[in-house]
Design a protein around this ligand. Structure first.
Ligand code: ATP
Length: 163
């Protein structure tokens, strides 16, 4: 809209190619073009991580990119086009609903890593936290974990961490 030109474009499902020098191209597991909805990105790239986590397989979904590349747009989205975080939270609760006979305890924590420093976004006193490892795996020492009972509860916690 500002008149910026496209410098890189999606060439098929697995390639990003330079507009000015088409011999420069990078291959990825999956490339989504500009018309792709975040819902589609979630379904293809994140949903299996979420369902895997509910089966006990540790998983991570993270966005990485320069300023204004669309991390917030993709992860948070907006009311009418929710991002990966709200879609994942809703999915988790519907998986629980569809799994009668098993009990789940869901805890949300929310942190920011900036310049190698970890801060707790749910607890202003939790600053410069350490990453530790024990027999259970890797964890952030002293991070606040809040038990959540509904998608709205989880999302309002996350929203409170933004402020
Ligand atoms: N896929 C997209 N479709 C439409 N608009 C987008 C898309 N990705 C980003 N935008 C828009 O581009 C602008 C910058 O995106 P966004 O704020 O998500 O970037 P960011 O990577 O989170 O930036 P920062 O690192 O500065 O926080 C926003 O106005 C956003 O709505």
């Amino acid at each position: 809209n500002k008149g910026d030109e496209v410098a890189w474009y999606a060439d098929g499902d697995n390639m990003v190619r330079n507009e000015y020098n088409p011999s420069i191209a990078y291959a990825f597991d999956k490339v989504f073009g500009p018309a792709t909805t975040t819902r589609r990105v979630y379904d293809v790239a994140a949903q299996h991580v979420v369902s895997g986590a509910m089966e006990g397989i540790n998983g991570t979904v993270f966005a990485y990119g320069v300023t204004s590349s669309g991390k917030t747009h993709t992860m948070h989205g907006e009311q009418k086009s929710p991002g990966i975080i709200p879609l994942a939270v809703k999915d988790v609760f519907s998986i629980i609903q569809d799994t009668p006979g098993r009990e789940f305890l869901l805890r949300v924590s929310y942190l920011e890593i900036y310049n190698e420093v970890i801060n707790d976004l749910l607890d202003p006193t939790g600053q410069n936290l350490r990453i530790r490892e024990d027999a259970q795996g890797t964890y952030v020492e002293g991070i606040k974990e809040e038990v959540v009972l509904s998608p709205a509860h989880a999302l309002s916690l996350i929203a409170s961490g933004e402020g």
